[in-house]
Design a binder for this molecule. Sequence first.
Ligand code: AHM
Ligand code: MG
Length: 336
Amino acid sequence: HAGDAMRTDLMTITRYVLNEQSKRPESRGDFTILLSHIVLGCKFVCSAVNKAGLAKLIGLAGETNIQGEEQKKLDVLSNEVFVKALTSSGRTCILVSEEDEEATFIEPSLRGKYCVVFDPLDGSSNIDCGVSIGTIFGIYMVKDFETATLEDVLQPGKNMVAAGYCMYGSSCTLVLSTGSGVNGFTLDPSLGEYILTHPDIKIPNKGKIYSVNEGNAKNWDGPTTKYVEKCKFPTDGSSPKSLRYIGSMVADVHRTLLYGGIFLYPGDKKSPNGKLRVLYEVFPMSFLMEQAGGQAFTGKQRALDLIPTKIHERSPVFLGSYDDVEDIKALYAAQE
Ligand code: AHM
Ligand code: MG
């Protein structure tokens, strides 16, 4: 079938979101515009990440540019790109970025009804060695953008209207949920467009992989220790699980979504709340997991029910295949 070699009917991310929006009569296209600005940010960061290794090789890094400024670090650059793209969309009122200590309130003339929480470049330890890194984002909608306050972003994750991530890996993949399933889009560099390549992603009910930083095992609590022990030495006759841990949440969660299994970043004696941030790491990934048929748990409750009190708050998280998360929930329940 020579004709099958090249697909000619391309579902771009914009076309996809426009289709979705047209099902809602009240929609005025604001979300489509917001998303197109997020997509622009992802394309920019993708290109910067791809050039980073080369820039180093030919000695660009650390050198000064024409304005006499030092080359910006990738994470700082990525943050600037997203803040500017989101602001200029005219559809946002509050931005919370992992890179900025305070939330950004958009000036009145550029305001819109969405709040965006994001980690512009997650996986900092993997930047300099070329391992996959990513951008994570979550979107809330406010009732009245003129009077929006921090309370509008300190909401449980279940109130998000959309969430997603973009992984800068062997290809650039954008995974998105607007609350009715999960779809994956891959950047076609020759077109500069994200094309729907993973429609309606569903996570397998049970997986063969666990993903955790086992170097912290010394300080783990009982349930996490027991769970990982069971992964390695199952007592029910099943085969042991494989361990995969990249140390980039986006890459570890992406693999978990596609192959199934569980990703854990537990609390421990040294860091009772773990490491990952509620608003722009735990919530978006938990939202995607639930939308794909999986679960996300904090050790105490459904992750998306958490009510954050600070914008950079952390929480333990266990997320992935439905049955695998059931097992860890049972261990925490038994402890009580
Ligand atoms: P970062 O914001 O400094 O990049 O840290 C977040 C990253 C996540 O991507 C990843 O899941 C986790 O830190 C790995 O942490 P650790 O090195 O403790 O295993
Ligand atoms: Mg981060």
